[in-house]
Design a protein around this ligand. Structure first.
Ligand code: CP
Length: 358
């Protein structure tokens, strides 16, 4: 069980993110996450262990023998997918990850179909899920809710781990894990993930994937970050303050083509108009210079890659899809492997999988 029980919610909530890390680890398995709530929980060593485990699972899943072994690991565990915000990739890749590892699953995809509709509190809903399941994978529009629910469960008589599958505009840690895994794989035979320039483009203000990935990249040596967006959607200052504190080089720009020319990875994002404060707010912003098309493809270095957390609208032209540097489809599939690795690690099966066939 995690150590959240040692601290009151009001006190825990106020802790700086780095100080929260020890409270989220698994007491029984050293250096292993229990609740996964923030990108800040993952240091370089843990990221590399997860990537190695994801590689291992990916190769094992190709053979019947390996797939059956993986499926035999967690048939005694059940996962609840509680998604009160729309999702395709995050929901399905977690579901597929559970299937790979033999977990059975249940889901609520709309709070209006659960007893929350009848006025049940979030706390009571989560306690209900924990009565039937051994892990909760949750997506919510509310900032900090996954963290609060983790604290609730750790103080209950049936604590179970929570994986944050996207909370408000602040965190999407498992997306950042699959993004890092994609970067590690893409540069594996080309000098590794160091001395690189990563450009983020689009809605950097409200995109939670950018916030989480920007932080995770600080774990790697000499990664310069470039933030390209219309002024109204530029990266928030708290993200830049973290980079300043860590001595990471960055640039804030409105020139996508200049950034593409010097980028090893261009991470495009959608305009997140679901967060608009007033009707048509995003539509009034001129975004035409913040799209990746045939011209940008010509400027991208030959070993550069294009990423996108997806879903996309028109920020990457479909003419780019068949270019070998378009990594977003593989990136999406990587989500299934890294989420399998995270679930296996959370339940203590890292060593067993890594030793398979040894
Ligand atoms: N990247 C991502 O979170 O996609 P979904 O909203 O489809 O889950």
């Amino acid at each position: 069980m995690a150590k959240l029980t040692e601290i009151a919610w009001e006190e825990f909530e106020r802790l700086p993110l780095e100080a929260k890390r020890p409270y989220l680890e698994n007491d029984a398995i050293p250096d292993t996450p229990y609740h996964t709530l923030f990108a800040q929980q993952f240091d370089r060593g843990l990221l590399e262990r997860l990537a190695a485990l994801a590689n291992r699972i990916r190769f094992m899943a190709k053979s019947k023998e390996g797939a059956l072994y993986l499926k035999s690991l967690l048939p005694h565990k059940r996962a609840m997918l509680y998604f009160s915000q729309p999702s395709s990739r995050t929901f399905l890749s977690h579901l597929a990850a559970c299937q790979i590892l033999g977990l059975t699953t249940g889901s609520v995809r709309d709070a209006a179909t659960s007893s929350e509709f009848k006025g049940e509190s979030k706390e009571d809903s989560i306690r209900t899920f924990s009565s039937y399941f051994d892990m909760i994978i949750m997506r919510t529009p509310e900032k900090g809710l996954a963290e609060h629910m983790a604290w609730e469960l750790s103080n209950s008589s049936r604590p179970i781990p929570i994986l944050n599958a996207g909370s408000g505009k602040d965190q999407h840690p498992t997306q950042a894990l699959l993004d890092i895994y994609t970067l590690l794989r893409s540069f594996e035979t080309k000098g590794g993930l160091k001395d690189r320039t990563v450009t983020f483009c689009g809605d950097l203000l409200r995109g939670r994937t950018v916030r989480s990935l920007s932080y995770l990249l600080t774990n790697f040596d000499n990664i310069r970050q470039v933030f390209v967006a219309p002024q109204q959607l530029q990266v928030p200052t708290d993200v830049l303050e973290i980079l300043d504190a860590k001595g990471v080089k960055y640039e804030v720009s409105d020139d996508l083509r200049a950034a593409v020319k010097i980028s090893d990875a261009v991470y495009m994002t959608r305009i997140q108009d679901e967060w608009d404060q007033s009707k048509g707010e995003s539509a009034r912003i001129d975004t035409h210079l913040f799209k990746f098309g045939a011209e940008e493809l010509k400027l991208l270095p030959k070993d550069g890659i294009i990423m996108h957390p997806l879903p996309r609208r028109d920020e990457i032209a479909t003419c780019c899809d068949h270019d070998p540097r378009a990594m977003y489809w593989r990136q999406m599939r990587n989500g299934m492997w890294i989420r399998s690795a995270l679930i296996a690690m959370t339940f203590g099966f890292e060593k067993q999988i890594m030793c398979f066939g040894a």
